[in-house]
Design a protein around this ligand. Structure first.
Ligand SMILES: Nc1ncnc2c1ncn2[C@@H]1O[C@H](COP(=O)(O)OP(=O)(O)OP(=O)(O)O)[C@@H](O)[C@H]1O
Ligand SMILES: [Mg+2]
Length: 273
């Protein structure tokens, strides 16, 4: 469903001191997969996400969504119908004057009739714990409420693929859980066609719930596998500035202890990096 071949991307391709941001990504994502992406700041996650929905066009290589190349301008309308994108900064995404209208906005563009649209708006407000703010202007919401609205308005449109760019960065722990749980529920509910999710996060615990984890480093895919397999490579992740969930940290420490690589010294346990 998503086929990426030798993807390169530069923001300033013609500048003398240009530094390429994506430097050769090869990747296939099947319909129905749930994929988490982690990587240090500046490793190219957002740039990659923008290449997927054709907001950025590869400088070399290709991105195909359901067989449609993003380099063909005629394909972009169809690609953007298939892919919903929750942007890293919710303020850049929100355009309407009330919370309710923001959720209805995308649905109007899909040409739904009033009854259907009304039912989806109501269900979405409830699901995302936003009913009490329905009449609020979005710019008066807190950062976390705005982030929930940004996710809600994309989910309401039921795209085949949803890219979430750090959708929980401003949320409190309860709402982080709510968003991840909701995504997993949607994935189970939506089977025809199946929902594909790409979830960029800085939180290793969130990545654990996805079927596949991609770790980005300097514009390339550094690791690709199940989250559990990847988190067992604690030292490799630490080297590029990432953390593993505490259970994997303890597992790694105990393993090293049993192999005599560390001593039972409280100052060595969970060392501050
Ligand atoms: N519009 C732009 N013009 C020039 N350089 C850019 C632009 N947007 C991003 N970059 C650069 O591209 C690199 C990758 O940025 P990107 O936003 O893709 O990283 P990221 O992995 O999403 O980081 P973060 O974790 O901070 O969100 C960074 O070094 C950034 O400075
Ligand atoms: Mg980013």
């Amino acid at each position: 469903m998503i086929e990426i071949t030798d993807l390169h991307f530069s923001y300033n391709m013609h500048a003398e001191n240009d530094t390429p941001i994506l430097t050769g990504i090869n990747l296939n994502i099947q319909s129905g997969e749930s994929v988490a992406i982690m990587g240090a700041n500046g490793s190219g996650k957002t740039t990659f996400a923008r290449c997927l929905n054709g907001l950025l066009i590869p400088t070399n290589g290709s991105v195909k969504i359901a067989g449609l190349e993003t380099t063909q301008p005629d394909n972009l309308r169809q690609i953007r119908r298939k892919i919903g994108m929750v942007f890293q900064n919710p303020e850049n995404q929100i355009v309407s004057t009330t919370v309710e209208r923001e959720i209805a906005f995308g649905l109007e563009n899909l040409g739904l009739d009033y009854e259907e649209m009304h039912a989806i708006v109501e269900q979405t407000l409830k699901r995302f714990d936003l009913s009490k703010y329905r009449e609020h202007p979005p710019h008066l919401l807190s950062g976390g409420e705005m982030q929930r609205l940004a996710v809600a308005s994309i989910v309401a449109m039921s795209p085949e693929i949803i890219i979430f760019d750090e959708p929980t960065s401003l949320l409190d722990p309860a709402h982080c859980n709510m968003i991840v749980k909701l995504i997993l529920e949607l994935q189970q509910e939506k089977t025809e066609p199946p929902l594909t999710t790409i979830f960029i996060t800085q939180f290793p615990y969130e990545a654990l719930y996805f079927n596949r984890l991609l770790v980005f480093h300097q514009g390339r895919i550094y690791l690709d596998g199940s989250p559990a397999d990847i988190f067992l490579k604690r030292d490799e992740l630490c080297k590029i500035g990432l953390e593993v969930p505490i259970e994997f940290e303890i597992n790694d420490y105990l393993l090293k202890l049993s192999q005599g690589q560390v001593s039972l010294n409280p100052s060595e346990f969970l060392p501050i990096r």
